[in-house]
Design a protein around this ligand. Structure first.
Ligand SMILES: C[S@@+](CC[C@H](N)C(=O)[O-])C[C@H]1O[C@@H](n2cnc3c(N)ncnc32)[C@H](O)[C@@H]1O
Length: 202
């Protein structure tokens, strides 16, 4: 429990420092988010969770996919990111919730899908935490783990080298998802997109 709160403090400090100019640093990502959201195959009236929604960049395309009768919830741990989402009026597209995705204050099997952009690398205990995302999704529901930059391009940008134990390497991620209630159904890792899709097992 203690190490968990340290992790959270680190995440909050990191993203609080970046919240104000988060969107202006990545001004051209909108179409990539819309395309990734479309891969969830959402229908009118569906319920979708944006886990680690940050400034809410995915909320408008998720709302467009589920329509006015659907439910869109964005959850994030960092108040400054959610405040930036409100300033950008993205709270019009979905309900914002200040909460921890590793212990969601949400009922089981509530959602048809979870979208998570740039989240997985920040999870303190990935297998356990992905299982928590599976808990709130109905069997047959879908998970999208997305990043607008592929692994190699992101590592180059951050000045690091990808090692074989990288969480998002295909075999590692497939194993991780299998161990946490998901079945990976597709995996794309190109310079301009990382997208892994998975289905919630019964
Ligand atoms: C790389 S940012 C991505 C934000 C947004 N999804 C996007 O693509 O622009 C990661 C976000 O995840 C949030 N986050 C990290 N760990 C979290 C947790 N345990 N619970 C909720 N949010 C978390 C951070 O606060 C941050 O806003």
């Amino acid at each position: 429990m203690r190490s968990m709160s340290l992790d959270h403090t680190h995440v909050q400090e990191f993203f609080t420092a970046r919240a104000a100019d988060w969107d202006s640093r990545f001004p051209d990502d909108g179409p990539a988010y819309a395309a990734a959201a479309a891969e969830l195959g959402l229908c009118e009236g569906d319920r979708v969770l944006d886990a680690g929604c940050g400034t809410g960049r995915a909320l408008p395309p998720l709302r467009a996919a589920v329509g006015a009768s659907g439910v869109v919830v964005g959850v994030d741990l960092t108040p400054a990111m959610l405040q930036a989402a409100v300033r950008a009026a993205r709270d019009r597209a979905g309900r914002l919730l200040l909460a921890d995705v590793t212990a969601l204050p949400l009922r089981s099997r509530t959602f048809d899908a979870v979208f998570a952009a740039g989240l997985v690398a920040h999870l303190p205990r990935p297998e356990e935490n992905l299982r928590e995302l599976a808990r709130v999704v109905r069997p047959g529901g879908v998970l999208a783990l997305f990043h607008p930059v592929g692994r190699a391009a992101l590592a180059a940008r951050q000045g690091r080298v990808i090692t074989p134990d990288d969480l998002r390497a295909e075999p590692n991620l497939r194993r991780l998802l299998t161990g946490s209630g998901w079945r990976m159904t597709s995996y794309t890792d190109e310079d301009t997109r990382f997208l892994a899709l998975a289905v919630r097992e019964d």
